[in-house]
Design a protein around this ligand. Sequence first.
Ligand SMILES: CC(C)(COP(=O)(O)OP(=O)(O)OC[C@H]1O[C@@H](n2cnc3c(N)ncnc32)[C@H](O)[C@@H]1OP(=O)(O)O)[C@@H](O)C(=O)NCCC(=O)NCCS
Length: 206
Amino acid sequence: MPRRERVREELQPGGPLEPVHLPLVTPRMLLRTARPVDAQALATVLNDRSVSRPTLRMPYPYTLEHARRFATRNPVQVSSGEALSLLAFAREGGELLGGIALREFDWRDRRATLGYWIARRHWGKGLATEAVEAVCRAGFRQLHLHRIEAEVFSFNPASARVLGHVGFRLEGTRRQVARKGVRWVDSQIYGLLASEFQASARVPGR
Ligand SMILES: CC(C)(COP(=O)(O)OP(=O)(O)OC[C@H]1O[C@@H](n2cnc3c(N)ncnc32)[C@H](O)[C@@H]1OP(=O)(O)O)[C@@H](O)C(=O)NCCC(=O)NCCS
């Protein structure tokens, strides 16, 4: 492994996310917090309707100013424990590939909510599955979460498939939960328990 990959980012001592060792390393990716230098790549990749439309929060158009604000805020979000929000970069070549976050932590019941995206030109290569697996592993093994949940719009079967690969189960439908253009759309809630994740070993080395 190149030396660069072994550099550990320090999370705030005593913060709730301190047990997570960053960067997370997967077979093809490094997952780390954003740096100011990432803003241009982030703005390029996220200013894409096909990436933002299926998400709950992403603005569109996504400007360089959005990206700069994210790059400034993101390390603070992570070190304060607000969200384990990471960008995914190719281990070979360093290209920005995607983003993933655990947020809405409920430490009493040890729950969190998962969201993610992958750059359009890299869809269909298994990258989301790889990132989701790595972040769920950190959530269950290092943060000792009991449950991780995700919400997927009904028009997003690819995302449902990613969750299925990692062991998430469909738990229910929120009807007409959001308006996309002129249409109201449903979403599906998926949940994964720590015990189910351990039982669904898929990626080598877990
Ligand atoms: C959803 C998303 C993250 C998937 O990323 P990805 O790296 O392409 O995902 P993976 O390659 O790991 O897996 C995608 C799976 O969906 C399948 N798939 C793709 N399009 C599909 C479709 N229209 N219908 C059914 N399955 C589909 C792929 O074949 C693959 O399944 P397989 O591994 O069994 O072949 C990506 O499309 C994306 O960023 N979308 C926009 C943002 C988004 O939707 N975020 C999630 C919000 S809940």
